[in-house]
Design a binder for this molecule. Structure first.
Ligand SMILES: Nc1ncnc2c1ncn2[C@@H]1O[C@H](COP(=O)(O)OP(=O)(O)OP(=O)(O)O)[C@@H](O)[C@H]1O
Ligand SMILES: [Mg+2]
Length: 723
């Protein structure tokens, strides 16, 4: 369908043409009339079929004509960036696009200046909890990857957002974008929207199984793959690359991403031109320039990238992940070996996807087959419009039987139906508390009305709902998070602060207990760090066989802990040790142990340090808020600890790290040279400061500006991150 065949604003048509979009794909043509009329919509169509564009156009046409705002909700930060950049192309219409994935205790002041806001579901939920004063201005709500309603940790938030919008702002148009799922009809019925379903895909995606040098595809075709390589994966990557195609390999664990990337880099390296090698060297030097601290583990990534291959998983720092994705998009990197996090909706130019593992380790069930939906999401990264004319997704079979079984169980199978996960106690207590705190729910009747409007209620029977909800309510009442008055329910101060801090009520109770006990005890940093690591909001590190030292050290510090310690024979003891191990990591971090040493000692990745630190900061911020609320004497201890965790430094550097651009490395260098406080830097020549290791002229100049001593070349702003 031509762009002009729809009642689409000419200016918008022009923007699309400039992007090389001249026609709409058939599912888009079917969906757009509803989308542009403001109807609720569920799009359950294949990967790469251009779902986002339908949502973008609904947003920009409506906002251009009527004003108002829109939310575009995504599950991952990487996806948020992609959608943000896409939507930026429409800014010439006079619409401002903003992105927000960060601080959950932040209100909407900064965001209110944007017309279109791309954010994660947690951010949107948190904005609703802070009483969004421009809620009634929101004309369109887009939920991308809505099949994640099925996900125990992210799903409940998604459905609660939709339920709240339907109740509070029924005129908001809801557009839900989903992978193909079996019960899309249920989803559309629940939302009250038009369902668009289709099997159409703009780029042909052939799914096949490799066995004995032959790929058998689902369209009946067969491809012989022969080459110099003896091993299957090498052979498949080489064949694709000889034809100019890039490959994305999915494996089920991080360790394999590294070892396989190393293996494959030997093959790819041989096929690179000098020009390509030069580009890769450039990419590596940019990555090195942007890194915070020198971490030798990343050397393995550097070595692979220089040979045209990268690995990608959640243990990498986000800047590195972004650099890898970018390097693949501009075709410098020829092959990425990734864990499945990269499968959710991202647009990358893989002509070939290889799914090495159809099994995955599950904490409760051991090795289990991956869901068909996940297989299809991984396969769907191949053959993306604008990048390739065709794509193929290949799995590998050991024998003919296994090949048939992969065809039957994955390639030809329908994806599973999705089910709400809001019925779990942890989800219910969190979302009920939020609903009561914002007075969205005021009494029992209101509460059932709220629950009945969720996808959970749509899929469950009344009896189950009542039992589950009653249990969650009792939990909130028993722990003084809410009160029951004659008029109904009301959140206590503790409850409403917990809701706006966006932490699990169970975490809040633990933190409060720890604070109460801290009044009668000499506390250490470790006491508080252990308390935050014990909460369900911080995912503790795994305990490994080689971690006996944790237990040994536990005996020595037990007396300083604030929360109860389970007996060594109980099931909870192992959890206790892994919480403690995580607290030790944070303790080492604030003792300025270098990244490198942390990564080795704890057998983790730099990104893991970052994740633990980020959540710890969040929980310490919450602890500090409770300490203030209850007037506990340890407020300043918590505050100091928070700044130390933010910067990874000892107490003696607290003053220096208040300077912009000065992190723990530079602060330590200054301290080492005798500059122990910001004051010590006054009246010191800029040249002297610049000479200090890791500082340099630009940072020295910025320091001088910050202490009010501008230099002649004063305006240069700092590049790079705080070190
Ligand atoms: N009508 C069109 N003509 C040309 N390119 C298009 C058209 N519609 C969308 N595209 C391009 O197709 C690519 C894939 O679109 P999009 O990311 O929206 O897919 P999707 O349906 O959301 O897939 P996934 O399920 O993998 O998230 C994008 O690069 C987009 O710009
Ligand atoms: Mg998408």
């Amino acid at each position: 369908m031509k762009l002009s065949q729809l009642s689409l604003d000419p200016e918008i048509q022009e923007i699309l043409r400039k992007q090389g979009i001249d026609e709409f794909y058939p599912p888009q043509a079917e969906a757009l009339p509803y989308a542009l009329e403001g109807k609720h919509l569920v799009l359950s169509i294949p990967t790469a079929a251009g779902k986002s564009l339908v949502a973008y156009l609904a947003i920009v046409q409506r906002l251009k004509n009527e004003g108002g705002k829109a939310f575009y909700i995504v599950p991952l930060r990487a996806l948020a960036r992609e959608k943000y950049e896409d939507l930026k192309a429409f800014e010439s219409l006079g619409l401002k696009v903003g992105i927000s994935t960060g601080d959950l205790d932040e209100s909407d002041v900064r965001l209110s200046k944007y017309d279109i806001i791309v954010c994660t579901s947690e951010k949107a939920d948190s904005l609703l909890r802070h009483g969004l004063h421009w809620l009634d201005k929101i004309k369109v709500l887009v939920i991308d990857e809505i099949h994640l309603i099925h996900d125990p940790s992210r799903g409940p938030t998604l459905e609660v957002i939709i339920a709240q919008f339907k109740a509070l702002n029924p005129q908001t148009q809801i557009i839900a974008l989903s992978a193909t799922i079996k019960n899309a009809v249920e989803l559309a019925d629940w939302i009250g929207g038009k369902l668009i379903q289709s099997n159409w895909r703009p780029v042909v995606l052939k799914e096949g199984v490799f066995f004995q040098n032959t790929v058998k595809y689902n369209d009946g075709s067969i491809k012989k793959i022969v080459g110099n390589q003896k091993q299957t994966l090498e052979l498949l990557v080489e064949e694709s690359l000889r034809d100019g195609g890039q490959t994305l390999v999915f494996v089920n664990n991080r360790k394999s991403t590294v070892s396989l990337a190393n293996r494959l880099s030997l093959v790819v390296d041989d096929l690179l031109s000098d020009e390509e090698k030069k580009d890769l060297k450039k990419l590596v030097s940019t990555m090195k320039r942007e890194q915070n601290e020198v971490v030798s583990l990343e050397q393995s990534l550097v070595t692979c990238i220089e040979k045209g291959v990268a690995f990608h998983h959640a243990g990498l720092e986000s800047a590195q992940r972004r650099a890898v994705e970018q390097g693949f998009k501009n075709r410098s990197i020829k092959c990425i070996v990734a864990t499945p996090t990269l499968a959710a909706g991202v647009n990358i130019p893989a002509r070939r996807v290889i799914i090495r593992d159809l099994w995955r380790y599950d904490e409760n069930f051991g090795m289990t087959p991956i869901p068909i939906l996940e297989y299809k999401q991984q396969a769907g990264r191949a053959g993306r419009p604008r990048y390739d004319k065709e794509g193929d997704a290949i799995t590998i079979a050991k024998d003919a039987n296994q090949r048939d079984s992969i065809f039957y169980n994955y390639i030809l199978a329908d994806t599973e139906p999705i089910y709400s996960k809001l019925g779990s106690q942890s989800a219910l207590r969190m979302h009920l508390l939020a609903a009561i705190s914002t007075q969205f729910v005021r009494d029992t009747e209101g509460m059932y009305k709220f629950i009945e409007s969720t996808f959970y209620a749509y899929q469950s029977d009344k009896y189950t709902i009542k039992t589950q909800v009653d249990e969650a309510l009792h939990f909130l009442l028993d722990n003084q998070l809410i009160d029951q008055m004659d008029s109904g329910y009301l959140a206590t101060l503790f409850g409403s602060r917990t809701s706006s801090l966006y932490i699990d009520p169970l975490s809040a109770i633990q933190l409060k207990t720890a604070l109460e006990r801290s009044c009668n005890k000499e506390i250490t940093s470790l006491s508080l760090l252990h308390a935050i690591c014990s909460t369900p909001d911080l995912r503790s590190l795994y305990l490994r066989g080689s971690d006996e030292w944790v237990e040994e050290k536990a005996e020595k510090i037990q007396h300083s802990l604030l929360l109860d310690i389970p007996t060594p024979s109980s099931d909870d003891y192992e959890w206790f040790l892994s919480d403690l191990k995580t607290a030790f990591l944070l303790e080492d971090w604030i003792e300025e142990i270098p990244y490198d040493a942390l990564v080795t000692k704890y057998n983790i990745w730099p990104g893991d340090v970052h994740t633990v630190v980020e959540v710890a900061e969040w929980l310490l911020h919450a602890t500090q808020e409770y300490a203030r609320m209850y007037n506990f004497s340890c407020v300043s201890d918590v505050n100091n600890l928070l700044i130390r965790v933010q910067n990874g430094c000892k107490e003696e550097l607290l003053n220096l790290v208040t300077l912009k651009g000065i992190g723990r490395v530079r602060a330590r260098a200054l301290y080492h040279e005798g500059f122990k406080t910001v004051n010590d830097l006054r009246n010191v020549p800029v040249e002297r400061i610049a000479k200090i290791k890791t500082i340099g002229k630009a940072v020295a100049t910025q320091i001088k500006q910050q202490i009010g001593e501008t230099t002649s070349r004063g305006n240069k702003s700092l590049r790079g991150t705080k070190r």
